[in-house]
Design a protein around this ligand. Structure first.
Ligand SMILES: Cc1cc2nc3c(=O)[nH]c(=O)nc-3n(C[C@H](O)[C@H](O)[C@H](O)COP(=O)(O)O)c2cc1C
Length: 199
Protein backbone atom coordinates (compact mmCIF):
# COMPACT_ATOMS: atom_id res chain seq x y z
CA UNK A 1 0.00 0.00 0.00
CA UNK A 2 1.18 3.54 -0.78
CA UNK A 3 0.43 6.11 1.92
CA UNK A 4 1.04 9.84 1.56
CA UNK A 5 1.99 11.41 4.89
CA UNK A 6 1.94 15.22 4.84
CA UNK A 7 3.16 17.33 7.77
CA UNK A 8 2.71 21.09 8.12
CA UNK A 9 4.56 22.38 11.17
CA UNK A 10 7.64 24.65 11.33
CA UNK A 11 9.44 23.20 14.36
CA UNK A 12 11.26 19.84 14.16
CA UNK A 13 10.92 19.39 17.94
CA UNK A 14 7.16 19.92 17.93
CA UNK A 15 4.49 17.51 19.09
CA UNK A 16 3.23 17.52 15.49
CA UNK A 17 6.59 16.15 14.35
CA UNK A 18 6.32 13.45 17.02
CA UNK A 19 2.86 12.52 15.68
CA UNK A 20 4.15 12.32 12.10
CA UNK A 21 7.15 10.23 13.16
CA UNK A 22 4.94 7.83 15.15
CA UNK A 23 2.63 7.46 12.14
CA UNK A 24 5.57 6.93 9.77
CA UNK A 25 7.09 4.22 11.99
CA UNK A 26 3.81 2.28 12.13
CA UNK A 27 3.34 2.50 8.35
CA UNK A 28 6.89 1.36 7.64
CA UNK A 29 6.69 -1.53 10.09
CA UNK A 30 3.44 -2.62 8.40
CA UNK A 31 5.38 -2.80 5.13
CA UNK A 32 3.77 0.19 3.43
CA UNK A 33 5.53 2.55 1.02
CA UNK A 34 5.38 5.98 2.63
CA UNK A 35 5.62 9.25 0.70
CA UNK A 36 6.47 11.51 3.64
CA UNK A 37 6.71 15.26 3.21
CA UNK A 38 7.68 17.66 5.97
CA UNK A 39 6.54 20.71 4.02
CA UNK A 40 8.50 23.30 6.04
CA UNK A 41 11.73 21.26 5.99
CA UNK A 42 11.36 20.84 2.24
CA UNK A 43 10.49 24.56 1.86
CA UNK A 44 7.40 23.67 -0.17
CA UNK A 45 6.25 26.78 -2.02
CA UNK A 46 2.55 27.21 -1.15
CA UNK A 47 1.85 30.01 -3.62
CA UNK A 48 -0.32 28.91 -6.51
CA UNK A 49 0.62 31.05 -9.52
CA UNK A 50 -2.12 31.98 -11.97
CA UNK A 51 -0.39 30.13 -14.83
CA UNK A 52 -0.66 26.87 -12.88
CA UNK A 53 -4.45 26.94 -12.55
CA UNK A 54 -5.50 25.56 -15.98
CA UNK A 55 -5.85 21.77 -15.96
CA UNK A 56 -3.27 21.44 -18.78
CA UNK A 57 -0.73 23.82 -17.21
CA UNK A 58 2.99 23.07 -17.23
CA UNK A 59 3.69 22.12 -13.61
CA UNK A 60 6.63 22.93 -11.41
CA UNK A 61 8.60 19.63 -11.09
CA UNK A 62 8.12 19.51 -7.30
CA UNK A 63 4.37 19.97 -7.62
CA UNK A 64 4.31 17.41 -10.44
CA UNK A 65 6.00 14.84 -8.19
CA UNK A 66 3.47 15.52 -5.38
CA UNK A 67 0.65 15.11 -7.92
CA UNK A 68 2.08 11.75 -9.07
CA UNK A 69 2.24 10.58 -5.46
CA UNK A 70 -1.32 11.57 -4.51
CA UNK A 71 -2.64 9.91 -7.67
CA UNK A 72 -1.14 6.53 -6.69
CA UNK A 73 -1.77 6.86 -2.94
CA UNK A 74 -4.01 4.23 -1.34
CA UNK A 75 -4.31 6.37 1.77
CA UNK A 76 -3.45 9.72 3.28
CA UNK A 77 -2.35 11.02 6.64
CA UNK A 78 -2.26 14.76 7.33
CA UNK A 79 -0.68 16.23 10.47
CA UNK A 80 -0.86 19.89 11.45
CA UNK A 81 -1.63 22.34 14.27
CA UNK A 82 -4.87 24.29 14.35
CA UNK A 83 -3.97 27.84 13.32
CA UNK A 84 -7.02 30.07 13.45
CA UNK A 85 -9.18 26.99 12.81
CA UNK A 86 -7.32 26.43 9.55
CA UNK A 87 -4.24 24.48 8.51
CA UNK A 88 -0.99 26.49 8.37
CA UNK A 89 -0.73 28.37 5.06
CA UNK A 90 1.98 26.03 3.78
CA UNK A 91 -0.46 23.10 3.92
CA UNK A 92 -3.35 25.12 2.49
CA UNK A 93 -1.02 25.97 -0.41
CA UNK A 94 -0.17 22.28 -0.82
CA UNK A 95 -3.92 21.57 -1.14
CA UNK A 96 -4.28 24.40 -3.69
CA UNK A 97 -1.37 23.22 -5.83
CA UNK A 98 -1.46 19.43 -5.50
CA UNK A 99 -5.14 18.46 -5.14
CA UNK A 100 -5.73 20.12 -8.48
CA UNK A 101 -8.25 19.70 -11.23
CA UNK A 102 -7.27 16.71 -13.36
CA UNK A 103 -5.45 15.08 -10.43
CA UNK A 104 -7.93 15.02 -7.54
CA UNK A 105 -11.20 15.90 -9.28
CA UNK A 106 -12.44 16.97 -12.70
CA UNK A 107 -15.40 18.51 -14.49
CA UNK A 108 -16.25 16.58 -17.65
CA UNK A 109 -19.01 16.78 -20.22
CA UNK A 110 -21.49 13.93 -19.74
CA UNK A 111 -23.40 12.12 -22.50
CA UNK A 112 -26.10 14.82 -22.49
CA UNK A 113 -23.52 17.57 -23.01
CA UNK A 114 -23.91 18.85 -19.45
CA UNK A 115 -20.95 19.14 -17.12
CA UNK A 116 -20.49 16.34 -14.63
CA UNK A 117 -18.19 16.25 -11.65
CA UNK A 118 -15.88 13.30 -11.10
CA UNK A 119 -13.62 12.45 -8.19
CA UNK A 120 -10.18 11.18 -9.19
CA UNK A 121 -8.28 10.11 -6.08
CA UNK A 122 -8.10 6.34 -5.74
CA UNK A 123 -7.41 6.46 -1.98
CA UNK A 124 -10.43 5.45 0.06
CA UNK A 125 -9.13 6.27 3.52
CA UNK A 126 -7.50 9.22 5.26
CA UNK A 127 -6.49 10.10 8.79
CA UNK A 128 -6.10 13.72 9.85
CA UNK A 129 -4.28 14.49 13.10
CA UNK A 130 -4.54 18.03 14.42
CA UNK A 131 -3.46 19.70 17.65
CA UNK A 132 -4.85 22.76 19.37
CA UNK A 133 -5.13 24.71 22.60
CA UNK A 134 -8.93 24.84 22.75
CA UNK A 135 -10.92 22.27 24.73
CA UNK A 136 -13.06 20.11 22.40
CA UNK A 137 -16.45 21.24 23.76
CA UNK A 138 -15.51 24.91 23.42
CA UNK A 139 -14.22 24.39 19.85
CA UNK A 140 -17.52 22.76 18.92
CA UNK A 141 -19.82 25.20 20.76
CA UNK A 142 -18.09 28.45 19.82
CA UNK A 143 -16.80 27.72 16.32
CA UNK A 144 -18.49 24.53 15.06
CA UNK A 145 -15.09 22.80 14.67
CA UNK A 146 -14.25 24.15 11.18
CA UNK A 147 -11.30 21.76 10.63
CA UNK A 148 -13.62 18.75 10.84
CA UNK A 149 -15.83 20.01 8.03
CA UNK A 150 -12.88 21.31 6.02
CA UNK A 151 -10.90 18.07 5.90
CA UNK A 152 -13.79 15.64 5.82
CA UNK A 153 -16.34 17.10 3.46
CA UNK A 154 -14.76 20.10 1.76
CA UNK A 155 -11.45 18.50 0.78
CA UNK A 156 -11.21 14.72 1.08
CA UNK A 157 -14.80 13.59 0.38
CA UNK A 158 -14.83 16.12 -2.48
CA UNK A 159 -11.86 14.34 -4.09
CA UNK A 160 -13.35 10.86 -3.56
CA UNK A 161 -11.76 9.82 -0.25
CA UNK A 162 -14.78 8.43 1.58
CA UNK A 163 -13.46 7.19 4.88
CA UNK A 164 -11.95 10.17 6.73
CA UNK A 165 -11.19 10.23 10.44
CA UNK A 166 -9.89 13.38 12.06
CA UNK A 167 -8.48 13.28 15.57
CA UNK A 168 -7.63 16.45 17.48
CA UNK A 169 -5.35 16.46 20.52
CA UNK A 170 -5.92 19.32 22.95
CA UNK A 171 -5.03 21.22 25.10
CA UNK A 172 -1.38 20.92 24.00
CA UNK A 173 -0.04 23.97 25.85
CA UNK A 174 -0.85 22.54 29.30
CA UNK A 175 -0.40 18.86 28.42
CA UNK A 176 1.81 16.66 30.56
CA UNK A 177 4.46 14.28 29.26
CA UNK A 178 2.18 11.37 30.17
CA UNK A 179 -0.73 12.88 28.24
CA UNK A 180 1.42 13.37 25.14
CA UNK A 181 2.69 9.78 25.41
CA UNK A 182 -0.94 8.59 25.58
CA UNK A 183 -1.80 10.72 22.53
CA UNK A 184 1.12 9.21 20.60
CA UNK A 185 -0.05 5.72 21.58
CA UNK A 186 -3.48 6.68 20.23
CA UNK A 187 -1.87 7.85 16.96
CA UNK A 188 -0.03 4.53 16.63
CA UNK A 189 -3.13 2.47 17.23
CA UNK A 190 -5.27 4.53 14.83
CA UNK A 191 -2.66 4.26 12.08
CA UNK A 192 -2.22 0.52 12.66
CA UNK A 193 -5.99 -0.03 12.45
CA UNK A 194 -6.48 2.17 9.38
CA UNK A 195 -3.49 0.79 7.47
CA UNK A 196 -2.90 -2.85 8.45
CA UNK A 197 -0.21 -4.83 6.63
CA UNK A 198 -1.18 -5.93 3.09
CA UNK A 199 -2.30 -9.55 2.85
C1 LIG B 1 -0.60 31.34 14.24
C2 LIG B 1 -1.24 30.46 15.28
C3 LIG B 1 -2.63 30.36 15.34
C4 LIG B 1 -3.22 29.52 16.30
N1 LIG B 1 -4.60 29.42 16.31
C5 LIG B 1 -5.17 28.58 17.19
C6 LIG B 1 -6.58 28.41 17.21
O1 LIG B 1 -7.30 29.03 16.43
N2 LIG B 1 -7.12 27.55 18.10
C7 LIG B 1 -6.34 26.84 18.98
O2 LIG B 1 -6.87 26.07 19.77
N3 LIG B 1 -5.00 26.97 18.98
C8 LIG B 1 -4.40 27.82 18.12
N4 LIG B 1 -3.04 27.94 18.09
C9 LIG B 1 -2.23 27.07 19.00
C10 LIG B 1 -1.70 25.84 18.25
O3 LIG B 1 -2.74 25.07 17.73
C11 LIG B 1 -0.83 25.02 19.18
O4 LIG B 1 0.28 25.81 19.53
C12 LIG B 1 -0.34 23.74 18.56
O5 LIG B 1 -1.42 22.92 18.24
C13 LIG B 1 0.58 23.00 19.53
O6 LIG B 1 1.21 21.92 18.87
P1 LIG B 1 2.80 21.87 18.76
O7 LIG B 1 3.33 21.78 20.16
O8 LIG B 1 3.13 20.67 17.92
O9 LIG B 1 3.21 23.19 18.12
C14 LIG B 1 -2.41 28.79 17.20
C15 LIG B 1 -1.02 28.92 17.15
C16 LIG B 1 -0.43 29.75 16.21
C17 LIG B 1 1.08 29.87 16.17
Amino acid sequence: MHVSLILGHPHPGSFNHAIAEAAREVLVSAGHAVDFHDLYAEKFDPILPYEEIPADAQLDPVVEEHCREVAVADGFIFVHPDWWHMPPAILKGWVDRVLRSGVAYAFRPDETGKVSFVTLLKAQRALVFTTSNTPAAMEQDLYGDPLENLWTRCILNYCGVKDVTRTNYSVVVISTHAEREAWLADVRSRVARAFPPDK
